[in-house]
Design a protein around this ligand. Structure first.
Ligand code: ATP
Ligand code: MG
Length: 405
């Protein structure tokens, strides 16, 4: 089996459901995957909901692992895939507005009621394709409408992250938002401050991963979810830089564009510590600051910069995103930069050629290693980027001359 191709996520989930059905249980595709199929998108992953309890799931699939057994969630391996299989449940006692404090195993109808939005509340029987819709989710998908299941105020009070999820889903699927749902989202916006920073960060990560990110952030600002998400004063306005990003822009680059959009407003909020507010990794934080720094450098220093500096900046991973952001600020300037960088990239060795001299070369030439080495090598590389030296011999000779001089 191990050298076979893994099953598609759909086939893996279908097999698990049919095995459960064979054992006498009900098993449906549930939530986001059904929504995606109804919309006509290929779901990235499939979740199964069943009336089998976690013990019964484990009895049918001995290798199943519990992830949140108290919540009735098991992970089942099938054909090289892992599928989440969850027991139908209702959730009660959201005392802290963040996580359910108790769950009760129940039927599909009640399981649909605990879900957040009608578009996310559908089930599908994989063996027949039949949709099981207790929440009028199909109607709302057809009308392209995001609507909370049940009383919106109650739903946002139960789990305050749902305000941010509403913005994410509305943007991602180009939905209008039911007015009662939108009003409630505004009312509960301040409460997002009490949600764990990890959950807020994860939700924004998902929103910004998608090319519709500017529409998502527009809703975030319209509903004033920005302040509690970023621990920063509320600000609403143009998102031209976010909108100009390449589709595949990273989370960090998207945050950089958002930061610059907010900073460019008439009354900009003083920037908060987004690293703490969103629990950014070191890498994400440094990429975000790097992108912001590149845009600021383009504005202030590009025109006077030497070829070596331009090549060094243009070789950075976030340069493409930074240039797109700069394009939203000044299209003419960005296109000048692009033309120049294309020409630099066409030079021998491109933007980031392999260095002609290394520290080992300096040692082999009899130079004593020391604190000056790093600087010496940087300058040797600059000479190379400028085109002042073009062979290892020339590069080494120039470095030795500098060392002795
Ligand atoms: P994505 O494609 O972004 O993963 P999704 O709909 O699968 O979208 P998930 O967060 O993976 O979103 O959740 C799966 C399903 O679980 C949702 O479709 C929804 O039915 C339910 N769900 C998830 N989070 C919540 C929540 N905070 N409140 C209520 N229901 C939720
Ligand atoms: Mg999902």
């Amino acid at each position: 089996m191990s050298d076979r191709q893994p099953l598609s996520p759909c086939d893996a989930a279908t097999r698990i459901a049919s095995t459960l059905k064979g054992a006498g249980f009900t098993a449906y595709f549930a939530g986001g995957c059904v929504r995606d199929r109804v919309i006509g998108l290929e779901p990235a992953d499939y979740d199964i909901a069943t009336d089998a309890t976690p013990e019964q799931i484990a009895a049918v699939f001995p290798s199943a692992r519990g992830v949140g057994e108290a919540f009735g969630v098991m992970l089942v391996r099938m054909g090289g895939r892992t599928v989440e299989v969850a027991t139908f449940r209702s959730e009660g006692g959201y005392t802290d507005g963040r996580r359910p404090t108790e769950v009760r195993f129940t039927n599909a109808h009640e399981d649909a009621q605990r879900r957040d939005f009608t578009i996310n509340g559908l089930f599908q029987d994989p063996s027949t394709g039949q949709l099981i819709d207790y929440v009028k989710g199909q109607e709302d998908i057809a009308a392209r409408m995001l609507r909370a299941i049940g009383d919106p105020d109650a739903r946002f009070r139960e789990d305050r992250l749902r305000t941010l999820r509403a913005a994410r889903f509305a943007a991602r699927f180009s939905l209008s938002v039911d007015p009662a749902t939108a009003d409630a989202a505004c009312r509960y916006a301040p409460d997002l401050a009490g949600v764990s920073r990890e959950r807020v960060g994860q939700e924004l990560r998902k929103m910004l991963a998608h090319p519709t990110r500017a529409a998502g952030l527009a809703l975030v600002e319209r509903w004033a979810l920005d302040a509690p998400s970023l621990s920063e004063r509320h600000s609403q306005g143009e998102l031209a830089r976010v909108a100009a990003l390449p589709h595949q822009a990273s989370f960090a680059e998207s945050l950089a564009a958002w930061r610059l959009d907010r900073a460019a407003r008439r009354d900009p909020p003083s920037p908060g510590n987004w690293t703490d507010a969103l629990v950014l990794s070191n890498r994400e934080a440094s990429d975000m600051h790097d992108t912001v720094g590149l845009v600021e450098w383009m504005r202030s220093s590009w025109s006077g910069a030497r070829k070596s500096a331009r090549k060094r900046k243009a070789a950075r991973a976030s340069f493409a995103a930074a240039l797109a952001i700069r394009g939203a600020e000044d299209a003419t300037h960005a296109s000048e930069i692009r033309t120049c960088v294309d020409a630099l990239a066409a030079e021998p060795g491109g933007l980031a050629p392999v260095p002609l001299v290394t520290g080992d070369d300096l040692i082999a030439a009899g130079l004593a290693p020391g604190p000056r080495f790093r600087e010496l090598l940087e300058r040797a590389y600059d000479r190379q980027l400028e085109g002042e030296v073009s062979s290892p011999q020339q590069a080494l000779a120039a470095a030795i001359l500098e060392f002795r001089g």
